[in-house]
Write a protein that binds this ligand. Structure first.
Ligand SMILES: Cc1cc2nc3c(=O)[nH]c(=O)nc-3n(C[C@H](O)[C@H](O)[C@H](O)COP(=O)(O)OP(=O)(O)OC[C@H]3O[C@@H](n4cnc5c(N)ncnc54)[C@H](O)[C@@H]3O)c2cc1C
Length: 527
């Protein structure tokens, strides 16, 4: 219940109101267009066709969806959709979804939870899954879990940026396990910047706030989105809105927050106290507590903030990875639903759909398999990596300071706009930081040694941040969330393909993977 999913605020996308004009084809097209045509189209179709069932299943399991006066489940507007499609529960959708799923799991005695365990590596025998190594945080014991099948669902890794909406636990150790085990990481250069992170913390104001009618305003008091997306205005997809905001700031129409950061404002005052209190109560509380602003009374200062990773562990449409017996689901995976830009509310949907798909496949696979044999050498190598290489490492440099420099480097060089010079500097800075003597743990305790876990997380950040920077460096075009000032156009001739990164002892080995087209040829994206 402390997973980042509990902080999802705005909604879960599904087509529910066909009788009022919505339809699946429109959700499929919105997702593909939102992705800047990099989504695998068969995958987008599967998402859309499975989702209504997931909404009703959660409903039957006790999910308190917000409802219309007539008792039917309500939906709100969200960015990039042609129809109100975000199914919500006030502004705490993830919290209620997680509560509902967790409660449901508790009904079954054969579901066992290993809470507060830290997985460190994937064990496999020649690309057949065999289990994982993990540390029980409470005791500090290093343990091997044997398993015929597994699913990686370790979430996104947005804490590789300093200004981020993510939980502090959203570090890339899960992606890194997969990467070190030889699995490809796909499309990692596509990082989503959400338009409305509050200052100075980066905590999210849900897109639902604009869905309910909120305005973005510059220092001239102008609703500037009318210049950039005349039809959709503030409800254009996130990449479009974030770029427009940075342009406003660059052209001198931003404001300055008391922390010194450039920003704009989100105005919700015209919605009125009643709507805000009934539909955006959590956001109001966040504004008061973390920015000292009551959104009922005054606009709140915001700026684009790292929010989601479109990339992840390369899987096929079923969530299968390149290791047999191992699947990946949720934000850690990249089954290519979202291409180069995810639409808001489509991520919790993806988690629900591929949670079901991979769960079923893993169970079928495991029931026909014997207990795997473990390769002792892999376990020994992993023990040496974490205990000799990190726990007993030596050095003068403070690992927390190095980690902060790494995340600042990402904010600086791989933000909304990127270019060749910035990315090369970012890659160079990363390798300078890596060479410092920071890989050591000051706390010698065995039990609950958070210092140890923090340094292991920082170690994984180096490899994954490098993959993001390298992907951004070699993708010499602008597509979705990846905007290069030196290559401002989308280049379908050369880059209508997924990026893949594989681990090697020096730099990541980069490769390409085709996009699946089943319905729509790429066209220019306008909103
Ligand atoms: C503030 C915020 C608001 C959002 N709002 C929405 C929204 O309204 N609608 C929407 O569709 N999407 C939203 N998203 C995106 C969406 O919430 C996430 O993409 C999704 O919830 C990710 O779920 P997950 O299960 O993949 O990962 P998580 O919920 O992050 O869960 C990962 C789990 O893996 C565990 N883990 C990680 N590493 C290890 C390890 N090494 N060993 C053992 N365990 C490990 C973690 O402890 C955690 O329990 C939002 C995201 C944020 C940050």
């Amino acid at each position: 219940m402390r997973s980042h999913s509990v902080s999802a605020e705005g909604g879960t996308a599904a087509v529910l109101f066909q009788e009022e004009g919505d339809n699946e084809e429109s959700h499929i097209y919105d997702t593909i267009k939102g992705s800047d045509f990099l989504a695998d189209q068969d995958v987008a179709e599967r998402l859309v066709k499975t989702m209504p069932l997931e909404i009703y299943q959660l409903d039957h399991w006790g999910m308190p969806w917000s409802r219309r006066l007539d008792g039917r489940i309500d939906q709100r507007k969200f960015g990039g959709y042609s129809f109100p499609r975000a199914t919500y529960a006030q502004d705490k959708v993830g919290f209620y979804e997680m509560q509902t799923l967790y409660d449901t799991c508790l009904k079954y005695e054969n579901i066992e939870f290993y809470n507060e365990w830290f997985c460190t590596s994937i064990l496999h025998d020649n690309k057949t899954f065999a289990g994982v190594t993990a540390i029980e945080m409470k005791s500090g014991d290093f343990v091997v879990f044997k398993a015929p099948a597994g699913i990686i669902c370790t979430g996104g890794a947005g804490r590789i940026y300093s200004f981020s909406t993510y939980s502090y636990s959203s570090t890339p150790d899960g992606l890194d396990m997969a990467y070190r085990a030889g699995l490809g990481l796909k499309d990692m250069e596509f990082v989503q910047f959400h338009p409305t992170g509050i200052l100075p913390s980066g905590i999210l104001v849900t897109e639902g706030a604009r869905g309910e009618g909120g305005y973005l305003v510059n220092s001239d008091g102008e609703r500037f989105m009318k210049k950039y997306a005349p039809e959709k205005l503030e409800l254009a997809p996130r990449d479009v809105v974030s770029r427009s905001m940075i342009r406003e700031i660059q052209e001198g129409r931003g404001m300055v927050h008391e922390s010194g950061a450039a920003c704009l404002t989100l105005d919700l005052t015209h919605l009125g106290e009643e709507t805000i209190k009934s539909k955006l109560a959590g956001i109001r509380e966040i504004g008061i507590k973390f920015s000292g602003v009551d959104i009922v009374k005054e606009p709140i200062q915001i700026r684009p903030v790292c929010h989601y990773m479109m990339g992840g562990i390369h899987t096929n449409i079923d969530g299968s990875t390149e290791i047999s017996g191992l699947w990946a689901a949720g934000e850690a995976s990249c089954n290519s639903t979202h291409g180069s830009n995810r639409l808001g509310a489509n991520s919790t949907s993806e988690c629900l759909v591929w949670g079901r798909i991979t769960g079923k496949l893993a169970v079928q696979y495991a029931s026909n398999k014997d207990s795997p044999s473990i390769n002792g050498e892999q376990v020994h190598k992993e023990e040496k990596r974490i205990y000799d290489g990190i726990f007993r490492g030596r050095g003068q440099v403070n690992p927390y300071e190095v980690r902060k420099s790494l995340t600042d480097n990402m904010d600086d060089k791989a933000y909304v706009f990127r270019d060749n010079e910035g990315l090369s500097e970012g890659i160079k800075r990363l390798s300078e930081l890596r060479d410092m003597t920071w890989k050591h743990v000051d706390d010698r305790a065995k039990e609950y040694n958070t210092n140890f876990f923090n340094v292991m997380e920082a170690d994984s950040m180096f490899r994954i941040a490098e993959v993001v920077l390298m992907g951004a460096y070699i993708r010499r075009e602008s597509r979705g969330a990846h905007a290069r000032t030196d290559y401002p156009k989308r280049d379908d001739l050369n880059f209508l393909k997924h990026t893949l990164a594989y681990y090697s002892d020096s730099q990541p080995h980069m490769a390409w993977h085709p996009v699946t087209f089943t319905r729509y040829a790429p066209v220019e994206r306008k909103y």
